[in-house]
Design a protein around this ligand. Structure first.
Ligand SMILES: C[S@@+](CC[C@H](N)C(=O)[O-])C[C@H]1O[C@@H](n2cnc3c(N)ncnc32)[C@H](O)[C@@H]1O
Length: 206
């Protein structure tokens, strides 16, 4: 099964709160976006947006320039249906962030919760970082949340990587300045806890 079929199948077969990464609200993501992206008209892209409520919550906080990217057309379609009648135009991209080429110099903020850690091959991570560098504006912010050092080895049956702030920074390279990091414990709907690490970076060059 290819990757998009795999993820489409997850979203077609499981209820919204029947996946381990489900949260009512991505509180840490929202807190960090508000802290690092004061201008509400800033362009924000959510990589691997899934079915999270982030777009809805950001819209309610006044952010009005959002793009959702996911490999799963089903996830994007379910999210757009849920957002339904919001008077905001949300742009969407269906694609594999390790394969597509994203648009140049477009985003002020790049958010990723729980995608980068699925990239187990170096070539996938290199392509992700190429896209990140291409698309972020100078001084743009990248907020990336992956499994932390004591996080799980797998998610949805797929192998995952684990990072700390040093190893995640090393993946992005010296063009990024690390602004902060935070260990975050996610309570899954199955009453288990998963360790994440959030790191946020500034893109120094262009
Ligand atoms: C664990 S879920 C997290 C969803 C969402 N960020 C959240 O926090 O609720 C991972 C998401 O990334 C998407 N995904 C996985 N690999 C991807 C890739 N290579 N490119 C784009 N999206 C990907 C999946 O379809 C899924 O929606």
């Amino acid at each position: 099964m290819n990757k998009s079929d795999f993820w489409n199948n997850v979203y077609k077969s499981k209820d919204i709160d029947a996946v381990s990464w489900y949260a009512d609200r991505l509180d840490t993501s929202l807190e960090l976006i508000e802290k690092n992206c004061v201008q509400k008209e800033n362009t924000i892209i959510d990589i691997g947006s899934g079915r999270s409520s982030l777009a809805y919550d950001l819209y309610n906080l006044g952010y009005n320039n959002l793009t959702l990217l996911d490999i799963s057309e089903e996830a994007i379609s379910q999210t757009l249906n849920r957002l339904g009648k919001l008077p905001v135009s949300i742009k969407t991209i269906i694609g594999n962030i390790s394969k597509i080429t994203t648009q140049e110099n477009l985003y002020g903020l790049w958010h990723d919760r729980a995608v980068f850690h699925f990239l187990t091959e170096e070539s996938q991570r290199n392509k992700y970082v190429q896209n990140l560098k291409r698309s972020l504006k100078k001084n743009g912010i990248a907020i990336i949340a992956t499994f932390g050092p004591d996080g799980p080895d797998k998610c949805s049956g797929l192998n995952t990587m684990k990072y700390d702030k040093t190893t995640l920074h090393a993946e992005l390279g010296d063009d990024f300045q690390i602004l902060g990091s935070k260990i975050d414990y996610h309570q899954t709907p199955f009453n288990t806890s998963q360790q994440f690490i959030y790191c946020w970076f500034k893109f120094k060059i262009k």
